[in-house]
Design a protein around this ligand. Structure first.
Ligand code: ATP
Ligand code: MG
Length: 585
């Protein structure tokens, strides 16, 4: 490709809208341009990278037995109603209306469509395993689209769906995808690692996210340095808080005491109360919609004063994602007090004779001498003996793990690292096949639902994650496998017929014949401008061809991020190929 014939609008200045480095580089290197928040146009260089990442994904998906298909992006809402996600995923669904005012859903993912396909096509166990995948546009009405392609309203996803006749088969499919994902991200040049992921309402233990360590990531990963444990913080467990919950053996009865103005854990930690946070009970109230009865009920959740409720774990325990924090008015009407003075001591709840659902975190189990709100504004209660005074309906792991807690697998302290989620593999089981009737006859002629898995890669997010990880002060450093062009030839004068241009053209021709993607910077620009642009865009190899070195029979070979070498003109192509090989290793 001739630089003058393509379109690479590099920017010297960093656009103010970009908060993180990779977003700045996306714009500065002329990879994308914003239409409006969360919506981007891929320019020629960006599209080339995207296609190369897709190429890697395709090769590995095909090698793992995936069959590429292309499903509609416009979905009838009926299938979303059938799966139940018209309700549970409503926040992210973009909807459109047609001329007859009928509603349509813009695909955020495609379990409903692929399961409908399977329902029509799969009838016998003999047809499985099957794995359909596609690489296509997805739409999500994100609360906070940001960081460029990282969290967009519209993005490219590779989504795959496996269908098996048995649980063992589904596990084998899962493992094949897991392995393929490791190869894909490694080939893309990304440092990445799989972590155990939240399985939410579907449950089960087979879900992993592929994470790219980065401070700008939106996930916290809890891991043990031994390499034996890593999990998304939404799912992570530990041996429990470092400081145990106090068990003060006293026979003292619960005692209400005035705490005017003390409405936070910290207020009670401070003088004159001096109650350590680990001795306090934090009381939260949620409005939960029951899937069975369709009714919304308040649920009280208790965690230790120094702990945070983990909403993913809470959703897992109650079996639904349809909940929200109760409003202050709702809370007052239920408990007779405002947030800051709430508690679940049975004697303070009894007023209306209501049967409360009280969920409590395991870390509170057995706590004695605890302090909590009295359900009366400006009052708390002390000497609480949890087993004696609080009627817990259900115990569970509801707290968020903190760094330094001990790993259940190794006993070593856990660490926490920010990371970008680029991929997700999930054993779904029969949730969708049951709801959408994807059934088959087994070897005995019995009708059974297909056992499914789903597997996603954020292709556009992966592109940006590579930039986030592979860069230096001068710009991007593309791994060879995904580079827009692998070699950038930079003739320092562009006079047609000059020795410089002739040499550049000859190397261009030979490299192209060797199957290498080359761009030749034939712009009438100063060398400094050309070098800066090449570094900013991040071509893995740059070859400078100037009169001075050429008169000595040499050209300059500069691997991006490496040191400049002078090579004999006649050896140039061989040396460039060797440098590419070295960089690809
Ligand atoms: P997140 O927690 O980041 O919102 P998710 O759990 O909703 O991700 P999945 O539904 O598993 O994501 O989608 C599969 C992949 O699609 C993710 O691993 C991620 O790489 C990508 N992805 C999801 N949402 C977006 C988005 N808004 N913009 C870009 N990529 C996305
Ligand atoms: Mg999401």
């Amino acid at each position: 490709m001739r630089w003058s014939k393509t379109f690479i609008p590099t920017l010297k200045e960093t656009p103010a809208e970009a908060e993180i480095l990779s977003h700045k580089l996306l714009l500065r290197a002329g990879i994308v341009r914003k239409l409006t928040g969360g919506l981007y146009t891929f320019l020629p260089i960006g599209l080339r990278v995207l296609k190369r990442i897709e190429g890697v994904i395709r090769e590995e998906m095909n090698a793992a037995g995936g069959l590429e298909v292309l499903m509609p992006a416009l979905h009838p809402p009926e299938i979303w109603q059938q799966s139940g996600r018209y309700e549970t995923a409503r926040d992210v669904l973009y909807k459109a209306r047609d001329r007859a005012n009928k509603e349509w859903v813009l695909s955020p993912t495609a379990e409903e469509v692929v399961t409908t396909l399977a329902a029509g096509e799969i009838s016998s166990y003999r047809q499985m395993p099957l794995n359909f995948y596609q690489i296509s546009v997805k739409f999500r009405d994100e609360i906070r689209p940001r960081f460029g392609l990282m969290r967009a309203k519209e993005f490219i996803m590779k989504d795959a769906y496996s269908f098996d006749g048995s649980d063992e088969g589904a596990m084998a499919s899962y493992q094949r995808m897991f392995n393929a994902y490791q190869r894909i991200f490694n080939r893309c040049g990304l440092k990445n690692f799989p972590v155990e992921a939240d399985t939410g309402v579907i449950g089960g233990s087979h879900s992993h996210e592929f994470m790219v360590p980065a401070e700008t990531g939106e996930n916290d990963v809890v891991y043990c340095e031994s390499g034996k444990y890593a999990a998304n913080i939404e799912k992570a467990t530990s041996a429990g808080p470092v400081n145990p919950t106090p068990i003060t053996e006293t026979a003292l009865a619960p005692e209400k005491f005035p705490t005017p103005g003390a409405v936070t854990i910290a207020n009670l930690v401070a003088a004159p109360y001096n109650v350590p946070a680990c001795q306090q009970i934090k009381t939260l109230v949620f409005m939960v919609k029951s899937a069975a009865t369709d009714q919304t009920q308040p649920v009280i959740v208790l965690v230790r004063g120094d702990d945070e409720l983990n909403e993913a774990k809470f959703a897992g325990l109650i079996g639904t994602t349809i909940f929200r924090p109760a409003t202050a008015e709702e809370i007052f009407s239920f408990l007779g007090a405002h947030p800051g003075s709430l508690g679940a001591v049975a004697s303070t709840l009894a007023a209306e004779g209501k049967k409360w659902t009280v969920l409590a975190d395991e870390a509170l189990r057995g706590g004695k001498g605890m302090v909590t709100g009295a359900n009366a504004d400006g009052f708390h209660i002390r000497h609480i003996d949890i087993p004696r005074d609080i009627a817990v309906s259900q115990w569970g792991d509801l707290r968020t793990v903190k760094a330094g807690e001990l790993c259940l697998a190794t006993g070593k302290p856990l660490k926490i690292q920010r990371a970008i989620e680029v991929g997700h593999v999930f054993k779904l089981g029969t949730k969708y096949s049951e709801k959408l009737n994807a059934r088959f006859l087994d070897a005995e002629g019995k009708s059974k639902p297909c056992v499914m898995g789903c597997y996603g890669i954020g292709v556009t997010r992966t592109l940006q994650a590579i930039i986030e990880q592979c860069n230096d002060k001068d710009g991007i450093i593309w791994p060879v496998a995904v580079a827009p062009y692998v070699v950038c030839l930079t003739p320092l004068s562009i006079a047609p017929g000059s020795a410089v241009m002739e040499t550049a053209e000859k190397i261009y021709k030979e490299l192209t014949e060797a199957g290498i993607e080359v761009i030749i910077d034939d712009r009438d620009e100063r060398p400094g401008v050309k070098f800066k642009d090449a570094d900013l865009i991040g071509f893995p190899i740059r070859v400078g061809i100037g009169e001075k070195s050429l008169s000595k029979g040499e050209v300059e070979l500069k691997p991006r991020g490496g040191t400049l070498q002078l090579v004999k003109t006649e050896d140039a192509v061989g040396q460039i190929l060797a440098a590419i090989k070295a960089k690809s290793a």
